[in-house]
Design a protein around this ligand. Structure first.
Ligand code: 13P
Length: 252
């Protein structure tokens, strides 16, 4: 069994205030002190990165962003570049979250460009893939995941996946309280790993594949026990320190 360190990442999305962000990070930091098997990352809204970065500097908790521009710099109002993220000690950046794909119309190829732009500055992309409810119901889950992955493999090259994380997030499970069963999630995680193994077995075995979609304190352990689930990308439950800490401690 390859030695993949678990990663539990908090995606705070567009929630909270400066005050609540500070008290949440303090709660997580105190709760994790000393004992932790998983690597933990926090992805706050862009504007709180400098403040949160300060709180994490004396910890092993990693910082991540929720999105990044595919471009380096220039007249792109409202965008944030990879270089800017590295100024605040970001290690990770989420790319291709389904909310970006579906609400902001980010195409597969735009997601691949973001993945490449992030890596160009040494950031580790957390590439999100996942099917819509109607895609699952019409048995096209694997086609969708394959398409989302293949565009990035084609554009970035398989070797780029040596420095990346994948998150499988079925869209029907996000924020709905309807978690994929451990078996349903495992099936897709295994599919993802095999898809990468077509190109490079070692990279496929080494990459961490996180599950996201209504992971809670009471279901994390069952999910994390599955062979190809290497941690989680946590939305709602990452906004409550105790719940997030319970999820972090649910790793093997
Ligand atoms: P929830 O945990 O709120 O379902 O969100 C999952 C997610 O989208 C994490 O990126």
């Amino acid at each position: 069994m390859p030695d993949r360190q678990y990663l539990v990442a908090a995606n705070w999305k567009m929630n909270g205030s400066l005050e609540s962000a500070k008290s949440l990070v303090i709660g997580i930091k105190q709760g994790l002190a000393g004992n932790n098997n998983a690597e933990v990352a926090i992805c706050p809204p862009f504007i709180y990165l400098p403040e949160i970065s300060g709180f994490l500097s004396d910890t092993s908790i990693s910082l991540g962003a929720q999105n990044v521009s595919h471009l380096e710099n220039g007249a792109y109002t409202g965008e944030i570049s990879s270089v800017m993220l590295t100024d605040f000690a970001c290690r990770y950046v989420i790319v291709g979250h389904s909310e970006r794909r579906n609400l902001y119309h980010e195409s597969d190829s735009r997601v691949a460009e973001k993945f490449i732009a992030a890596q160009a500055q040494g950031l580790i992309p957390i590439l999100c893939v996942g099917e819509l409810l109607e895609e699952r119901e019409t048995n096209t889950t694997e086609d969708v995941i394959a398409r989302q992955l293949d565009v990035v493999i084609d554009k970035a090259g398989i070797s780029a996946f040596a420095n990346a994380v994948i998150a499988y997030e079925p869209v029907w499970a996000i924020g709905t309280g309807k978690t994929a069963t451990p078996e349903q999630a495992q099936e897709v995680h295994e599919f993802i790993r095999l898809r990468l193994a077509r190109h490079d077995n070692e990279i496929a075995n080494g990459i961490r594949i996180l599950y996201g979609g209504s992971v809670k304190a009471d279901n994390a352990e069952q999910l994390f026990k599955m062979a190809d689930i290497d941690g989680g990308l946590i939305g709602g439950a990452s906004l409550i320190a105790d719940d997030f800490l319970t999820i972090c401690r649910a790793v093997r």
